[in-house]
Design a protein around this ligand. Sequence first.
Ligand code: 6PG
Length: 242
Amino acid sequence: MKTEVIPSHEYSSTVADEIVASINEVLEQKPRCSLCLSGGTTPAAIYRLLGLPPRVHEVQWQLVDLFWGDERFVPAEDPRNNARMVHDTLLHQFRTAPGPIAYPINTALSTAEEAALTYEGTLKQQGISGEGDAVFDIVLLGIGEDGHTASLFPHNPIPDSRLAFSCEHPTDGTSRISLTPTALFSAKQVYFLVTGANKSDMLGRILRGEGTAAEYPALHAAQALGNVIWFADSEASGAGGL
Ligand code: 6PG
C-alpha cells in the first residue's frame, strides 16, 4: 500500500486533482467511470473543489456514476446523511451543467436492512458484483480513530457473500448501511483520505499492519485486489511515524 503525505494546506486541492486524474484515466479506457464515495467530514472540502472551476470543467462528469460506501439510516434531509453532504458540496453545483448520475442509498425504506438489500440490487443492476471486471473503478474511504472504514466497525460481523449490509454505530447506535470488503476492496483503485492529528496513531498502526481486520476494519485494505493509496495530511502522518 502506497502512502502520500500532503501538507495540510494543500491537502484538499491535491487529492481533488488526483481524483480528477484518476477519473480521466478510467474514461480513456471505458465509456463510464464508477466512483464510490466516502461519507464523513474529511471529503467534504474535496467534493466542493471537484464541483467548482477549474476541476468541474476537467472531467466529463455526465460519464461518472456515483455510489456511496456507506450511509447513516436517517432521512435524506438529515444533516448526518452522507448523500445530503455530497449534494450540498458537489451535486448542487450541476444545476445547469450535465453532471454525474448519483445512486444514493435509499434511507426512506422501512429498515436499514431493507435499504442494504435494495442497494445491493442497485449495485448489481449497475454492473457491480465485486467479481472480475464488475468492480468499482475508484473507491474513496476514510478511517475512524477506532480503525473503522465506511461503516465496517471493530468486531462487527460482516455477512459473507453480501455487497451491502446493515449494522449499528457502536457508540451512537445509529443504524447504518455499509458496503462490504467484497464490494469496496475489489475496486481497481482505492484512495483512503485521512487528515488530522487525531487519526495519526490509528493510521500508523494500520500502515504498520498491527492488529487484525476484525479489530481495525480498515486493515481489510491489505487484501485489496487493486491499488490502494493512503492520502494523509501532514498532521495525520505526524505521530504515526510515517
Ligand atoms: C461515515 C464514513 C466514515 C468516515 C470516517 C472518517 O459515514 O462517517 O463513511 O467511515 O469516513 O468515520 O470520518 P471523518 O472524515 O468525519 O473523520
